[in-house]
Write a protein that binds this ligand. Structure first.
Ligand SMILES: [Zn+2]
Length: 88
């Protein structure tokens, strides 16, 4: 079963969860909003003024994968509140 981890609600649209994803090109772990497609590279980017990027633009055309909890523990997101998204 695929497990997704999120770091709370998207500060941009306030509707989606910020799902942690690994960019397999840069190896960055970023938080990706499933609703508005905004991406945030670090927790600081979630604080006003928001420093997100639109994750669907061509320049961000890369493969991603779902990081494991161990992957997350080695990143800037380690001390953030990371919760498993309930599967339905
Ligand atoms: Zn959003």
């Amino acid at each position: 079963m695929t497990e997704f981890y999120h770091v709370g609600q998207c500060p941009s649209c306030r509707q989606g969860w910020l799902i942690l994803q690994r960019n397999l090109t840069s190896q960055d772990l970023y938080a990706h909003c499933e609703e508005c497609e905004m991406g945030f590279i670090t927790p600081d980017d979630l604080i006003e003024p928001l420093n997100g990027f639109l994750a669907v633009l061509d320049q961000y055309d890369y493969e991603t994968e779902n990081p494991t909890k161990e992957d997350i523990s080695r990143t800037v997101w380690a001390n953030f509140i990371v919760k498993k998204v309930p599967s339905n």
